[in-house]
Design a protein around this ligand. Structure first.
Ligand code: LLP
Length: 421
């Protein structure tokens, strides 16, 4: 469910026509619907309300969309944040997400990042290695602070998603192998300034099958009981994120938040621990589109190419994961064509869709890549010296440029001419 609808022959984001926005800001640009973000957050939060100790924390995975206004929209709704760098931490705090709702994840946190999290007074660090336990213990001691940690386990499950976004397999770089959890708790207990109070897991993204998640949450519960029996005090279980979103209509939809929550409720019946969830894509995926203009069409030996002004540097997912994003004309068209939709970048990987049945758009027409709100703008680069594109947020009949278009001169100004040149 989203708020991108055709009205009067034009796609609108809430009450604003995407043609109006394109004329005002130029293409390509990302457009977010704040009503859709709000709806998805509220649906998820309502689905998990009452689970665990009755006070779950929904910590939005900032990596999915770190735009300040996106985070501020979520802050207003009471969301927490899952951050993985000091940059994301700074954004979450700047957006008004309280430190005691922030969880810090990541396999390679650096000393200055750990220190930033401690100084900010975040809720917990999800620690992913024995080395990190020692490093965090030392920094906490230097700063004279007591720090709460959860041990992120590697549950050794196959999350059945794309290999590049799967994180739960035994050989993944993430977490501490689950059978080393007792030793990790003992190591943490030996650090005077650490309190190991929880367990965490995140097995992958765009999950469409709940059984590996169920298995993982059961494992977290078993380990938590085991650690309590060993004398540790457990207060929180972090179930991670990963719930998939529908990218196309012709494949079965991923489980809904209600289905997900029903599974969690079943597995966690009787638990007294506070539950943490880290949804990213589920909150923002369908809340964003990338709007682009067709530059030209051309006929190859056997292919009909539609060349658009967005490229793989703006939306990397099709190139990187073969991901599918629906392509819709901003002004719907009756006639259709089988087209290969490409950007202007000088490599074949700059392809959004291959031999896809789409509306018969031609030069000057505008199109939208749907479901681009998660892992879209945030994964953009300036490859081919293309400026980062603006992000626009719509709120009813209001809109605002929430991230400016990079200017070529400003990009060039970051480079220095070496003194010998
Ligand atoms: N928590 C942790 C520790 C994570 O690593 C992630 C995502 C999440 C939560 C949120 O997962 P979500 O609910 O959004 O699935 N760039 C890829 C996705 C990478 C996900 C990385 N970790 C893509 O475009 O599909």
């Amino acid at each position: 469910m989203d708020h991108f609808e055709i009205r009067d022959g034009v796609m609108h984001a809430e009450k604003i026509s995407l043609e109006t926005l394109a004329a005002a800001v130029g293409t390509p640009f990302y457009c977010y619907s704040s009503a859709t973000i709000e709806r998805h957050y509220n649906v998820f939060a309502a689905a998990v309300a009452g689970l665990g100790d009755g006070n779950p924390l929904v910590a939005f995975a900032v990596k999915a969309n770190p735009n300040l206004s996106v985070l501020a929209t979520l802050a207003h709704l009471g969301a927490g944040a899952d951050v993985v760098s000091s940059g994301e931490l700074a954004r979450a705090l700047a957006a008004g997400i309280p430190a005691d709702r922030i969880v810090f994840s990541g396999v390679g946190k650096q000393a200055h990042e750990l220190a930033a999290g401690i100084e900010a007074g975040i809720l917990q660090f999800n620690v992913e290695s024995e080395a990190e336990i020692v490093m965090l213990g030392e920094i906490a001691a230097q700063l004279g602070k007591i720090v709460e940690i959860a041990i992120r386990i590697n549950p050794a499950v196959d999350p059945k998603t794309h290999g590049k976004i799967s994180t739960g397999g035994a050989d993944a770089k993430f977490g501490i192998p689950w059978d080393r959890v007792p030793a990790a708790f003992a190591l943490a207990a030996a650090q005077t300034n650490l309190r190991a109070i929880g367990l965490a897991a995140h097995i992958g993204s765009q999950l469409t099958d709940l059984s590996p998640v169920e298995h993982t949450i059961r494992r977290l519960g078993d380990l938590a009981q085991q650690m309590e029996a060993a004398g540790h005090t457990i207060t929180r279980i972090d179930c991670g994120g990963g719930l998939g979103v529908p990218y196309r209509n012709d494949v079965p939809a991923p489980p809904s938040p209600a289905h997900y929550a029903a599974m969690v409720a079943r597995v966690t019946t009787g638990w007294k621990w506070r539950l943490i969830f880290e949804p990213g894509r589920m909150i923002v995926g369908n809340a964003g589109v990338l709007v682009s203009t067709v530059i030209l069409t051309k006929e190859g030996a056997s292919k009909h190419f539609v060349v658009v002004d967005a490229a793989m540097n703006d939306l990397l997912r099709p190139s990187l994961y073969n991901a599918w994003h629906d392509i819709k004309a901003i002004r719907p068209q009756e006639t259709r064509v089988v087209a290969t939709v490409v950007g202007p970048i000088c490599e074949t990987g700059d392809t959004f869709a291959e031999d896809r049945d789409i509306e018969a758009v031609t030069a000057g027409d505008r199109i939208a890549f749907m479901t681009a709100g998660a892992y879209g703008a945030t994964m953009a680069s300036t490859y081919n010296s293309r400026p980062l594109v603006p992000e626009v947020m719509v709120h009813g009949d209001l809109w605002s440029i929430v991230s400016e278009r990079n200017q070529p001169a400003a990009m060039l100004a970051l480079d220095n001419r070496a003194p010998w040149l």
